[in-house]
Design a protein around this ligand. Sequence first.
Ligand code: URA
Length: 244
Amino acid sequence: MERLQKVLAHANIASRRKSEEIILEGRVKVNGNVVTELGFKVEKNDKIEVDGKPIEMAQHLYFLLNKPTGYVSTTSDDKNRKTVLDLLDPELKDIRLYPVGRLDFDTAGLLLLTNDGEFTNLMTHPEHEIEKEYLVRVEGIVTRKKIVQLRNGVVIDDGYLAVPKEVRLLELDKNFKTTLISITLAEGKNKQVRKMMDAIGHPVKKLTRVRYDFLTLEGVERGTYRFLKIHEVKKLYAHSQPKK
Ligand code: URA
């Protein structure tokens, strides 16, 4: 027996809160009868319809989270720090969700979460070249020469040449002596952006992932999340075909 709003949320209809609204609006039928009671319990074989359409139980769930700094991107932490799972609705706690790749404790921004292992493997496979864009504020005024150096690739990790897809110089702050750069990577080595900035002598002050392939943070406040739409998941799957 599960509560109706939880079943709707798990079927990817909407977030739990939105699902509650949908129920209250009288748009949900269970076995042919409209149910507007929020605590209503349903069983596995009950026929649930939303706006007259039967729901299909989603096997997999996908979320886009706007991660704040101060959270680890793992499901548990040996130092007892907060994990990204702590940002999710308690109703989702019993689903084994995990992050797709990682963002550092001190990095904010776009992080996908799912319980789909195949999806995670495809997205994080280095040969699949999913683009990730970061906004990075670094210490010091970065010269054009350094930007060119970054574009051509810099050596990190004992000789690995890290070549970004794109680097754009966005803003020089002469008062505070910092520079804002956009950097797009098609790979995700551990602490790659930080290491690349260290390599040109400009340590990172603030790092935010603002894009994952075609997905952005639009409409998702820091510390909140939204469900991915089915067509977005399909598009990510399509984009994760090997490019080489
Ligand atoms: N690069 C980093 O250095 N840190 C992140 O969290 C992501 C990319």
